[in-house]
Write a protein that binds this ligand. Structure first.
Ligand code: OKP
Ligand code: ZN
Length: 392
């Protein structure tokens, strides 16, 4: 018996199915005058990211070019190289593929969802060889009153079952890119958890914070920040905080930890009444069950500038310190930038240095995970400003 409207559940709705939830070589020459810890920050970057290259996303009745493009990451790498910052490594430089990683992936995401994602492109092209030149985009969803507990056979139906918007194209290299990116996040977390690194940056795309246990959307497939947080927990950190500073609410990350007391989720974002992802991220979402009190949303109106944003950041940092976090994951989106084409805050490039300095005040082992930021030419400067401010 389906209820027409389900009770609010903190955003776990898209989890249909079982409810559940080194040492590196120096890649840059040390440069005098740069703080030691920043010059040496481990940057785990995704060599397979460019295989995920969506052509189009649905916007106002038209298919428009994707905002989430490979050049975003390339600009960050270029900026790091130009400033001589970071020890660059790929997952393969750090560790061979291992079963423990796959097991972690299957604890954060559901096995049916992972199976679907892994095989989706071949299924899509199997329907019609001409599909090889097209992205797969969902267009039908099991919303309120419809059944999500029976997995359809039809591909378009399964694409909808495992997604929540029509703006997230699945392409030939999406799975490989997302899978390698998830490894970047986990390896960055493990490097920090082991005590070898004070901080590390998982430089990857597609982003992750909108992805839930069994759904993709908002350009995200696998939740890199959640995987990093879980890896920190598994490595022995009893309390982990995830701070999401992307313009958009991290609905996926929130939903994954909503009923847990061991991972605190705090987010600053555009008010969901007007901003994507619309259906989660309100201030009254404080966590549920064992997780009651361990979720903090600080929605801010479109047009918010740095002073008000920084004040909200102070609130989030205070809550994280009060929680007693032993490690921090930062979902680092720089779509709060004044020039961002799809967002509405007004941070300027130098403000990101101050953001990094504020994060460093927590003095926690910190894993940065790259999320949004669509003013492509400025994404490198803004992102690396956060890292430089953090290390200064
Ligand atoms: C991903 B991340 C704009 C539509 C917005 C989705 C935005 C996803 C943002 N034409 N569609 O949080 O930066
Ligand atoms: Zn965003």
């Amino acid at each position: 018996m389906q209820r027409a409207v389900r009770a609010f559940d903190g955003g776990k709705r898209c989890e249909h199915g079982a409810a559940r939830l080194a040492q590196m070589p120096a890649a840059t020459t040390p440069r005098p005058g740069v703080a030691q810890n920043l010059r040496d920050m481990l940057i785990v970057h995704n060599p397979d990211h460019a295989g995920h290259a969506g052509r189009q996303e649905m916007f106002r009745g038209r298919l428009v070019p994707c905002h989430e493009v490979p050049q975003r990451l390339d600009h960050v790498l270029t900026e790091l190289r130009e400033r001589g910052l970071g020890r660059l490594a790929t997952p393969a430089d750090i560790a061979p593929a291992d079963a423990a990683f796959e097991a972690l992936l299957a604890r954060v995401h559901t096995p049916p969802y992972l199976r679907f994602l892994q095989g989706a492109w071949d299924e899509w092209v199997g329907l019609d060889p001409a599909h090889a030149a097209l992205d797969a985009l969902p267009s039908v969803w099991p919303v309120r009153g419809l059944r999500a507990d029976v997995e359809p056979i039809n591909f378009a139906a399964r694409l909808g079952l495992y997604s929540f918007d029509a703006g997230t194209p699945l392409t030939a290299g999406s799975w490989a890119a997302a899978h390698a990116g998830a490894r970047c996040a986990v390896l960055a977390a493990q490097a920090v958890a082991g005590g070898g690194e004070r901080s590390a940056f998982a430089l990857t795309r597609p982003p992750g914070h909108h992805a839930g246990a069994d759904c993709f959307g908002g350009y995200c497939f696998l939740n890199n920040a959640a995987l990093a947080a879980q890896a920190l927990r598994d490595a022995g950190h009893a309390r982990v905080a995830v701070l999401d500073v992307d313009y958009h609410h991290g609905n996926g990350t929130q939903s994954l930890f909503y009923e847990r007391a061991d991972v605190f989720f705090a987010s600053l974002h555009g008010d969901p009444r007007t901003e994507y992802p619309f259906f989660l991220g309100h201030a009254d979402e404080r966590g549920a069950g064992a997780g009651a009190g361990f979720n903090l949303n600080l929605p801010l109106p479109r047009g918010t500038g740095f002073a008000a944003w920084r004040a909200a950041l102070g609130q989030a940092l205070e809550a994280i310190a009060g929680f007693g976090a032993g490690a921090l994951v930062v979902s680092l989106g720089v779509d709060t930038f004044e020039g961002d084409p799809i967002s509405g805050f007004r941070l300027a490039s130098p403000d990101y240095l101050a953001v990094g300095r504020a994060l460093a005040e927590l003095a926690l082992p910190t894993v940065f995970v790259f999320e949004g930021g669509y003013a492509v030419a400025e994404v490198g400067v803004n992102t690396v400003n956060v890292l430089e401010g953090f290390g200064a």
